[in-house]
Unconditional design. Sequence first.
Length: 139
Amino acid sequence: MREHLIPIGEVAKSFGIAASTLRYYEDEGLLSARSRTGGKRWYGQRELRRLALIRMYTETGMSLEQVRSFIETDTTSDQFSTVLADHVSTLEAQIAAATRAKLILEHHLTCRQERPMQCPWLLEQLDIRVEAALDFKLT
């Protein structure tokens, strides 16, 4: 049975990226088209899976160089485990920061103060951040 191949334009649209991004990934050696017919690139399941992995990694903030390293490194190596653990720690910190920001933004939706800096709850939250940054109590 012959594998179904998808043209570059359809792949780009489905992944929400520009076709030039796919060509760039190819230029950088991260991805290759299964075939080229009539000047058009075509992708099969293997290439689409690789693209999904590239996109997943870049969406977590990895650089293309890090993505390349991850794709090409043996997953049982110490280097892979170390870099991956570091990236997981970075993501956890970003998630915690985003969760705190979300809490504050949600509070703004229900806060009755005319201005954010008049809100006692927000001022308390800001004091906590300032004290943490300075590593001492303000009051």
